[in-house]
Ligand binder design. Structure first.
Ligand code: HEC
Length: 401
C-alpha cells in the first residue's frame, strides 16, 4: 500500500528529518522500501507512525499559539501536513483488525481525531484544531502503554529534541516523551517533577501524573523497583495530603509483593485467572467507590489482560471475560472520558458472550459510567444514540438468558 504525499508536505517532512541521524525519518523512501521488500503487515504501523511523528514535531509546538498555528505564510503547508496525519492515521486504522479490540478502538479514535484536527484547521478554527492536536497525544500514550517494551524510539528522541518546547510544562513534556515512545526520558522527567517542591503530591495525583508514571513503570517497563523508590521518596515528603497517604501506602505495599509479567513473555492459560484475582483483591482494598488504593493491582492485572487479549484476538468465552476485567480495571485506571477505553471493553465483553453472568455485570457498569459521564449541574442528559446502544446491549443480554 503506497500513499502519495503532497509535494509541499513531503518536502517539509524531509526538511524536518534533516539533522535526524536516521534516514528512517524520510517518509517516502521508508514507505517505498517497506512496500518493495514486502514488509510484513505487522511492521506497517511503524512507517505511518514515523510520519505521524514528523507532523506532530512540526505542528504541536505551533499549535500552542493559535495565531502562529494559523499564520498565513505557513497555512498551506500546515494543512497539507495535517492531511498527511489524517491519512496515516487511517492507514493504521486499516491494520487494527488482527490486533484485538483495544488497538482497533484506539486506532479508530486516532483516525477520527486526526480528521477532525485537519477539518477544523481548514475551516480556520485554529484554536480548536490546536486543542484537539494536543489531546491527540493522549491517544498515542494510551496505545503505546498497553504492552511491554524495553526499546525506546531513537527517532522519537531526535525529533522531539528538535522541537521548540518552551511552551510546554514538565508534565506536558513527560507526556509528549511517553507519547513518542521515549519511555526512559519520560520517566526521568516525571521523577524530576515529583522532586520539585513547587508541585504538591496531591497535584501529582489529581492531574493523573502519578497514574501515568506508574502505568509506564509497571506495564511498559515491568520495573516495580523503580516505581517503589519513587513512591517512597514522595511518601517521605512532609506535604502529603492525608487522603493520599493511604493510597501511597497501599501502592507501596502492592509494589513490594506484586510482579508484572516478565518482559516480552506470552501470557499462559493462567493469566486470566491471575488477573481476575488481582482485580478482586483491588476491589477489597477500596473503601469508597472512587478511591484509587487498588491502582497497582489494576495495572498489573491489565498488563496480563492486554497481553492475553492481544495474543488471542479470536472470539471465545475466556477472551470475552478478559475484556470484561479489562473494562473494570481501565474504568479505575484511566480517568479520561473521551477515550473511553473501559466502555469499549465492557461493550466488547457483552457482544462476545451476552449469556455469561459477567455480561450483565458489564452492562451495569457501563450504565453507571454513562450516567456519570452525562451528568452535570443541569442533570443527566444521555444523548439518544448512546441510550440506543445501551438499550440494544440490554436486549442482547435479555434475549440470551
Ligand atoms: C492504535 C495504537 C497506536 C496509536 C494510537 C499510536 N501508536 Fe505509535 N506505535 C504503535 C505500534 C504498535 C508501534 C510499534 C511498536 C514497536 O516498535 O514495538 C508504534 C511505534 C511508534 C513509534 C516508534 C517508531 C520507530 O520506528 O521508532 C513512534 C515514534 C510512535 N509510534 C509515535 C506515535 C505518536 C506520536 C502517536 C500519536 C499521535 C502514536 N504513535 C499513536 C501503535 C500506536
Amino acid at each position: 500500500m503506497r500513499v502519495v504525499i503532497g509535494a509541499a508536505a513531503g518536502a517539509l517532512l524531509c526538511a524536518l528529518a534533516l539533522g535526524a541521524p536516521t534516514r528512517a525519518a524520510e517518509p517516502g523512501a521508508e514507505r517505498a522500501a517497506a512496500a518493495d521488500a514486502g514488509a510484513p503487515a505487522a511492521e506497517f504501523p511503524r512507517v505511518a507512525m514515523r510520519e505521524i511523528l514528523g507532523v506532530i514535531a512540526f505542528a504541536l509546538p505551533r499549535s500552542l499559539d493559535p495565531a502562529r498555528f494559523g499564520a498565513s505564510e505557513k497555512r498551506a503547508e500546515t494543512l497539507d501536513l495535517l492531511r498527511v496525519l489524517a491519512r496515516d492515521a487511517e492507514q493504521i486504522e486499516g491494520h487494527g483488525a488482527e490486533r484485538g479490540e483495544g488497538f482497533r478502538h484506539l486506532s479508530r479514535q486516532l483516525a477520527a481525531d486526526a480528521r477532525e484536527v485537519a477539518r477544523r484547521y481548514e475551516e480556520g478554527r485554529y484554536d480548536e484544531s490546536g486543542f484537539l492536536l494536543q489531546r491527540l497525544t493522549e491517544n498515542c500514550l494510551a496505545c503505546h502503554s498497553r504492552l511491554y517494551s524495553d526499546r525506546d524510539s531513537p527517532l522519537g528522541r531526535s525529533m522531539v529534541e528538535q522541537m521548540e518546547l518552551e511552551g510546554l510544562s514538565s508534565a506536558e513534556r513527560a507526556r509528549l516523551q511517553a507519547a513518542t515512545r521515549q519511555f526512559e526520558a519520560a520517566l526521568e522527567t516525571w521523577e524530576a517533577l515529583f522532586q520539585s517542591p513547587d508541585v504538591s503530591p496531591a497535584q501529582m495525583d489529581v492531574m493523573g501524573w502519578l497514574a501515568d508514571y506508574l502505568t509506564v513503570c509497571v506495564r511498559v517497563r515491568g520495573d516495580e523497583q523503580r516505581a517503589l523508590e519513587t513512591l517512597r521518596r514522595i511518601q517521605a515528603r512532609d506535604d502529603v495530603a492525608d487522603w493520599l497517604k493511604r493510597d501511597l501506602a497501599a501502592w507501596i505495599r502492592a509494589l513490594e509483593s506484586l510482579r508484572a509479567p516478565e518482559g516480552g513473555t506470552e501470557p499462559d492459560g493462567s493469566a486470566l485467572a491471575r488477573a481476575r484475582k488481582l482485580i478482586q483483591q483491588a476491589e477489597k482494598l477500596r473503601e469508597v467507590p472512587a478511591d484509587h488504593t487498588g491502582l497497582v493491582h489494576d495495572l498489573v492485572a491489565s498488563s496480563l489482560l492486554y497481553r492475553y487479549t492481544e495474543s488471542r484476538p479470536r472470539q471465545g468465552r475466556d477472551v470475552a471475560e478478559a475484556y470484561y476485567w479489562l473494562g473494570v480495571a481501565e474504568s479505575r485506571i484511566d480517568r479520561s472520558y473521551w477515550l473511553s477505553q473501559a466502555d469499549l471493553y465492557l461493550e466488547t465483553a457483552i457482544r462476545m458472550a451476552p449469556a455469561e453472568p459477567f455480561a450483565a455485570d458489564a452492562l451495569a457498569l457501563l450504565r453507571q459510567r454513562t450516567t456519570e459521564g452525562y451528568t452535570g449541574s443541569a442533570g443527566t442528559h444521555v444523548p439518544a444514540d448512546v441510550q440506543a446502544k445501551l438499550d440494544e446491549l440490554q436486549a442482547l443480554v435479555a434475549a440470551s438468558r
